[in-house]
Design a protein around this ligand. Sequence first.
Ligand code: URA
Length: 236
Amino acid sequence: MARNEEFMIILNQVKRNILADMDMGLESPFMPDLLKGQRETVAIRAGSLDELEILIGDCKRCKLHSGRTRLVFGEGDPKARLLFIGEGPGRDEDVEGKPFVGEAGRLLTRIIESGMGLKRGDVYICNVVKCRPPDNRTPERDETEACIPFLREQIRIIEPAVICTLGRTSAQELLGREFKITEERGKWRSFMGIPVMPTYHPAYIVRNPSRERELKGQVWADVQKIMTRLGLEVKK
Ligand code: URA
């Protein structure tokens, strides 16, 4: 990688971390005006999720558009108290145009319905990137940067009481690149003033059958914290 390319990536990272701190109500130590200006240039505003979906349109803002079948905007109750955020659509989601409908999605649905006693339609589910990365690879920085204004606007419009990030990518997008999922999941954090519970991605459980019990137990512990916060009855 060229040195100036590396420098730009680091600089962008510093900027994103400062913006994430500002989201949590912390003062930026430097360049607050410059950063505020930058925020405005990427901010997207819509009056509703439907309007936002029209704004995203036939999106070609990053290279992921060329490999997608369907853009996966998100689905659920636009006034949901709980918002789940995954990484990006997989194969099934890309075909159906809906988030979390494959094997990992079925596990997430079981967590919501059998575990939490809610209906899938009671919550809102979306992803950091709205188009499938090739071979389900992790989305790249330029891809998440192109898509994040839409996620931020989804959060602003839905105004959930709790956000649950699923896996490392969505946690790092909201909470900063240094976030370590194995060490820091299960602890309350905050984004845009909203409590965030980071937990494992259901696909991580599906991919690790030998640790299924342990991982499910950890996710269930995190989900119980969300339930308590939302005033839902936790059945022991
Ligand atoms: N994994 C994700 O992160 N999101 C989906 O929608 C499906 C699988």
